[in-house]
Design a protein around this ligand. Sequence first.
Ligand SMILES: Nc1ncnc2c1ncn2[C@@H]1O[C@H](COP(=O)(O)OP(=O)(O)OP(=O)(O)O)[C@@H](O)[C@H]1O
Length: 643
Amino acid sequence: MRKFKTESKKLLDLMINSIYTNREIFLRELISNASDAVDKLYFRSLVDETVSINRADLAITVAFDGNGRTVTVSDNGIGMSKDDLDKNLGTIAHSDSFEFKADQAKNTPGEEKGLDDMTDVDIIGQFGVGFYSAFMVGKKVQVVSKAYGSDEGWMWESDGVDGYDLKPAQRETHGTDVIVYLKDNTDDESYDTFATEMGLKNLIKRYSNYVRYPIQMEVTKTRQIEAEEEGETPHWENYTEVETVNSMIPIWKRKGAEVSQEEYDEFYKTDFHDYEAPARTFSVHAEGALTYDALMFVPAHAAYDYYTRDFKKGLALYSANVLIMDKCEELLPDYFSFVRGVVDSADLTLNISRETLQHNSQLRAIARRLEKKIKADLVAYRTDDREGYEKFFENFGRNMKYGIYSSYGAAKGAVADLLLFYSAQQQKLVTLDEYLEAAPEGQNAIYYAVGSSLEHLAKMPIVTTVLAKGHDVLLCPDEVDEFCFMAMMDYNETPLKNVSSEDLGLTTEEEKKEAEEATEKNAGLFDAMTDALAGKVEKVVVSTRVSDAPAVLTCEGPVSLQMAATMKAQMGDAAEGMPPIPVVLEMNPKHVVFEVLQKAQAAGDTDKVASYASILYDQAMLVEGLPIDDPVAFAQKVADLMK
Ligand SMILES: Nc1ncnc2c1ncn2[C@@H]1O[C@H](COP(=O)(O)OP(=O)(O)OP(=O)(O)O)[C@@H](O)[C@H]1O
């Protein structure tokens, strides 16, 4: 028996137990090796006239024996001689494929050889370890191989512990069979699935679907046998057929013009498990320092778990047509997490297990380019198909707004211009740019109101007042809106102002002075009202802005009543410690109620002042769409008024 070199022994142990976390990838590795072997032979046929093969005959076969518990991966590629077997499979971390790739890059510029399809050779192997992953599931592995052009077959055999044997063997044609004898099941682990049609088919589809040579498997099917005689019932019979399991040509590598939307839709629905075709499809083919292909989709609806913690963003990452990971998070920023798709690049520096990447700078560079592409497509979507875009926004707009909030405003440059809000004046969804374009000259703020619904917001006294002054207000019924605006602070330097914040800058100095004087004049009444509303309002003042309502609530600080209510709801008990929000009850001096209150104060009717103050406060809260502390007491007070 030939011994593995000592280092190799240690390495083998490391391989089997540590490098890969997922043992099912053994099939991916063996198929990738088979694909490399076929590719090498194909390449030889391109550069060597004496090698005559037909590309259409090149294939990989996967077979299994349920009783004997074996899985076999065969190819009719370049094969290995006795020396090759010794060198390639006896020395762990020796990759002949890597050397082949390096030589090919160095020595054979495609044009010189007149080989248009040189790029058609796409070697996957590079580390010289993939083969040994077979020992994660196999207690013994046999490799029967015959090198192209040789008439000697050889078998390499090992139990993955001490070493391997090499002996002559029979194989009809050039190529290799790798036979994995599955490990025995234990209480914790079962290897049975690797010797089933379903189990193998699923793995091929998952990891090797786009390997460029057909991966064939004998599959069992059922067919109906027609009744031969009348009265006899038709029956079913099983039969076997060789089927190509993988779809081979990665759709993302094909030029956009060659692929129909129906094909893209089908691919999307199958690979991303969606019943509906995507709303948008776009691709990137980049060449140069970093070569990659990407195909991306904007779904037509949000996935059922999209707005839950379980949702994982990311694009599928392939390297040389082989799946590296399902969801590569780094490829998508949070605010575009709804995008689905694939990225394929042979240039990525993979780590040895192909489970992660080594240099994230390459990935970051790709992510930056993809982000630009997504943005450009969404802008085009908005311009070309506004109705569709509005539907898209209904599905995913909240996520983009949340992206701004969760990045503390950092993402606003990337997405703020994509946002839509409902304009009270124009009665439709507008972008912030459209809002500003329609604003009267001299308006130096974007006004917005937050509340529970559009209908309710449109009727809010403060909204109607601002509208009456000729300024549009964005009505924001989404909880995240205010958080998003607070994080943004401004949009292209125009400040964003909540209409219920204290200073809207819509009052003239004269109006302000008048209101201040009136507040002072009514100090007695307002003090009494403030006392009656202790703990609820900071002060009562004469308002400069309410036009119809008797009173309105505003906030002195940056946090509005709605925001405080949302925070309270989200924080639960922890909200107890939150500092109170400085709320101001603004009285409309032109409203008849104001006069009634003044009279009650003059008559010394403190009960009436207190009771009316409480009713006005509760009313204003209800108008804001916020709950009141004691609805029963409020109803009683209103009923008393009717007596
Ligand atoms: N089916 C095969 N036909 C011909 N040669 C093979 C086959 N399988 C493996 N080899 C040879 O054995 C070498 C080692 O294979 P192994 O899978 O360990 O590494 P690799 O494919 O080169 O790299 P990686 O670890 O990145 O997969 C390959 O480089 C190749 O030369």
